[in-house]
Design a binder for this molecule. Sequence first.
Ligand code: G4P
Length: 292
Amino acid sequence: MSIHWFPGHMAKARRQIEEKLKQVDIVIELLDARLPLASRNPMIDEITGHKARLVLFTKGDMADEAITNEWVSYFTSMGISVLPIDAKTGKGVQKIATTCERVLEPLFISRKKKGIVSKRMRAMVLGIPNVGKSSLINRLAGRHATQTGDRPGVTKAQQWIRVGKQLELLDTPGILWPKFEDPNVGMRLAMSGAIKEEILPTEEVALHTLKYLSSRYPILLEERYNIEILEHTPVELLDEIGKKRGCLMRGGQIDWDKAADIVMGDLRSGRLGRISLEIPSDYEEDIHEEND
Ligand code: G4P
């Protein structure tokens, strides 16, 4: 479901998160493993304050494993605990409770000083639309516990889901708005499917995707479409893919919309292979450009 995030929506989403924060010891922040920084709301620190945090990389099954490892090191070097998961198969999900326990060790120590031995932990899930919040909560709950839909206004009585012995999870996630003013970030979000075509047209996103794949994943592109990418511009590649896939309009012209839909569908479904949409050094380049 797409939502246009107007200032009013953002303020409301933020208020709802702040309400939930009062009830929990730890925030489980969901980031898309394929684009961990682009799928992160830059105001996260301001919104969650000093609350303990665990970052989960969702859709790790769709990302390039070597790049995901680079991202894990990147976040770890910033002092943030990270766990890659796949909410569809459940891979990594069983480690969430014990990792929360490790992150909350300082809290347990301070509780102990006050004579409280309980290691009970209360947590909430937080992330942008489509990052996998409902899938994760449903998997942990073992049933369809959350309402799907990204409407910040959706209200329902909150419940706690027990995960393992000590962890309780709020069954309604906090929804953060994606931040896409930066054109690079916006394009990566669009490539992943997190922002919709009313914001960036599919054809433009597909051309950018072909340019990106030609430079980072040329073999995957060649294998999927049985094309030679050497020396070809993104426009020529889209044309070639359209021809190969029979995307023709009356008069024999290539139907670019159809060809663009095929490329984006293949990328977002994982049919093109495991692809990461950003690497840590992309941001170093951005920082250098800003400083030049
Ligand atoms: P949200 O609550 O944060 O908005 O996200 P949601 O759980 O609804 O997930 C959005 C889409 O991402 C869903 O696909 C879901 O299946 C998929 N997804 C979530 N986590 C993972 C993951 O770890 N790996 C993979 N591969 N996919 C994941 P959909 O196409 O919208 O629906 P469907 O495929 O479940 O029918």
